[in-house]
Design a binder for this molecule. Structure first.
Ligand SMILES: [Mg+2]
Length: 346
């Protein structure tokens, strides 16, 4: 606990700082708890060939979502997929979810049916069973908490802490799109507030809007890695932004990293819209977050196995810890990477 008895504001620690602070005295009493707090999901063993993976995530109206532009069906879908993404980030297969929510009287049965329809749609798509949860009332808005349970062969679980010097740093898909989708939605909300007669102008933004409103968990990547015979040395999903995720892997693995700016995969729509908003597309990828792609490291020897997969991009390599965590800019200059990921307390 903090030594001084004065009040400390939550924002002074930030999300990661707060988790670290509150959990530093957590002790593990059971040998079946293989991995507790600190990765994308916890790992539990029950004595067979499989490990059980557990992860949970809470979504709060006004903090994580804005119902003025997020349809409830999409919100339900996303609430499930972002949790499944954390199971995938452990190289696991999601199997079950529990769903709990608190809703204020502002929400009708029909509204919650919409939310549920989105959740069930995601469950069907990912072959996951909804097995329980809790419902209660809230004095303000909607709060959703989802717990996902998955499994993996015990020698195939991938943690954040296994990256080695000289490993290649890879990412699936492309980055920054979800953030640019959010910028478009925020812009249209602003315009609408000013003049409610204007129709939202969302034409030509279909890809980035889908990235924001209906993200997928990359279970297909987990299956592909398996097929290719590649077990990453470390893995994390990109929920808070590339910079923040790279730092997690480097800190937990005790290595440094060189990330090449010109290798960061960007969709043309992300790039164009970023320019339109006078944003640096690289910064959108580094700090935007919510892409739910998988960021992972592999030994150089596995490069041949992945080099022809269009969905994978090698974006850098791991170095000695003493070299630090650096972005090699297009001009060839080196810049330390700092975390500017999502901080729910700001
Ligand atoms: Mg994660």
């Amino acid at each position: 606990m903090l030594e001084n008895k004065e009040r400390t504001e939550l924002k002074t620690l930030g999300e990661f700082g707060l988790i670290k602070h509150l959990t530093e005295h957590v002790e593990i009493y059971n040998p079946s708890s293989v991995k507790g707090i600190g990765d994308d999901a916890a790992v539990i063993k029950y004595g067979n060939e499989k490990h059980t993976l557990v992860t949970t995530d809470m979504l709060v109206e006004g903090v994580h979502f804005d119902l003025t532009y997020v349809p409830l069906k999409h919100l339900g879908y996303k609430a499930i997929t972002v949790n499944l993404s954390d199971i995938c980030a452990m190289n696991g297969t999601p199997k079950q979810v529990t769903v709990s929510y608190a809703a204020s009287s502002r929400f009708s049965v029909e509204a919650l049916e919409e939310l549920y329809a989105g959740m069930l749609f995601a469950c069907k798509k990912y072959n996951v069973d909804l097995i329980g949860g809790d419902t209660t009332s809230s004095t303000s808005g909607l709060i959703i908490s989802v717990t996902a349970i998955g499994e993996a062969d015990k020698d195939k679980v991938v943690y954040r802490n296994g990256a080695k010097e000289k490993d290649l740093l890879c990412v699936s898909g492309d980055l920054g799109g979800a953030y640019m989708g959010l910028q478009v939605l925020e812009r249209e909300k602003f315009v609408f507030k000013d003049n409610p007669n204007l129709q939202p102008d969302l034409v030509g933004n279909d890809y980035i809007l889908e990235r924001q409103l209906k993200p997928e968990a990359r279970l297909d990547i987990v299956e592909l890695l398996q097929k290719l015979g590649v077990t990453p040395t470390s893995m994390i999903d990109v929920s808070d932004g590339l910079a923040s995720e790279i730092i997690h892997i480097c800190e937990q693995s005790g290595v440094g990293c060189e990330l090449y700016e010109d290798k960061i995969p960007l969709d043309p729509q992300t790039f164009d819209r970023a320019r339109e908003f006078s944003l640096d597309p690289t910064v959108c990828a580094l700090s935007g977050g919510e892409d739910y792609e998988l960021l992972f490291t592999i030994p150089m020897a596995d490069y041949e196995k992945i080099k022809n997969v269009p969905d994978f991009t090698v974006i850098g390599h791991m170095t000695a810890k003493s070299s630090g965590i650096n972005l090699i800019a297009k001009a060839g200059t080196s810049h330390p990477i700092t975390a500017q990921g999502w901080n729910a307390f700001q």
